[in-house]
Design a protein. Sequence first.
Length: 585
Amino acid sequence: MKLINIFSLLMLSLVFASCENLLEPEADNHYTEDRIYKDPTFASGFLLDAYIRLPTKSLSFNDVATDDAVTNDKINTFHRIATGQWSAIFNPLSQWDNCTSAILYINKFLEIIDTVPAWKWTDLELNSLYKQRFRGEAYALRGLFQYHLLVTIGGKGANGELLGIPIYDKFITTCDEFNTPRASFNESIDRIYADFDKALEYLTMDDYKDITTDAQLPLGLEGVKIANYNAVFGSRANQLISGRIVKAMKARVALLAASPAFADGDLVLWEKAANLAADVIKGIGGISGLDPNGHKYYDQTQVDKINLSKNIDQKEIIWREPIYQANSRESANFPPSLFGDGNVNPTQNLVDAFPMANGYPISNPASKYNPANPYAGRDPRLALYIVYNGSKMKGETIQTGLGGGINAKDSIQTSTRTGYYMRKLLREDVNMNPTASTTKNHYDVHMRYTELFLIYAEAANEAWGPDGMGANGFSARNIVAAIRKRAGITQPDNYLTSISTKVDMRELIHNERRIELCFEGFRFWDLRRWKANLNETANGVNIENTNFSYVTVEPRLYNNSYMLYGPIPHGEIIKFSSLVQNEGW
């Protein structure tokens, strides 16, 4: 880690020295740029730095900036943008510096990969294999960081054009080179696809796993020694970006490109997104490959069964971070009686999005929803993801209504503001009592299969309607049926059966995405790419005995006319005349 930090500081000084006239160190015992060309370990720090910068390395809980949640932390940056402070000067969602730095480091790596002394000087075949994997990783990571930058700044410029990102093809050392205009949105999408496709030329296998026979060698690597292949592309490389991950990320990019905020109902774009997602889904057996426990991938049982030495991992996960021991998530979000800060408070809006167990929305008379007993007979995911009045957590009944003590709504600073606490993503076997606190295994997810299934459902419905399959053998309805059946919706799912139009299926798919991916950082961006209303007021519930009254907790103060798209940092606009700011910012 020290090597990476020193390396990052060195490269930042190289980038900005010509702009700021910084003094360069003398050639004493400091690391200099020459070290990059002499030491393969040092040069590989470029790729390591990119992995460290991945925006999905940890959860942001930007859900509190949407209609899904609020927070009791009044200085939370996402709370501030939701309540009117979002600007080009104050933007906690910005990925400009992070992604731009990663892209430039990767460019430098691609420039030097052939000039660095042998990555494995004892074996030319091993050396060639390492260079192949490194190139694949580099192109894949560059495409990924370009995608994350595009999500945050892609939008209509003040000139009315749909703009994307500046495209950097090399490591930049002068201010003039930084003064690069933004490419169009479509050019930016094409660049990301090109990098991903280039990555797949080198990452010709879907996954990193050991092989035992020559017949298992992928195309282009015939004749390579099995031991050498396993050393570079075997299981020890797990957690690095792979061919399967790149293919899944292409589907994510395609969904963005087809979405209403960036396209005008182009069915070809929706077809592309559906087909890209389907290609990966078919690689795990189609719909039958949906993990029956995927909707609770964070659960202690699911996490603790992982054993990489025995090749046991979660079927749900496409790409994740390594496992680590912690209790910070529980500390931040357990109810106060369990020694937590109760930070993320689900809204009544989100609670109302969960249907009844029979699959009908609570607004539908066929749901048999009882307003006097609102949590009875609901979709099992409600109790799985949210703590409501009368729920049990760690064996304790949590009362959020009047008389519920410190867990009751608005009782103390760490109490819920909505009448609900978050349960999803927390391990209830963590003990936060300061006299006997414990830590447990956790991991963070870059992408899981449920997201990919939902990408297919959304794109397939838009391309072909609820029952169209293209050439894939399964429809949006098939996907939604599998997800809802896994969740515990009563079968047959009569509500799903009753849906016949693309519009109604779209509404259901959007709602399933909201439920399945809640608290994972999707809704903030989903609302924008759907061109949805950003200002749905965040509501909660007051409970006194058996009386439920629903109240406004927090307004959302976005400008719907331009805040579908995020800003470029104001400082960058001031520094670089070629950059066009998004309209309204």
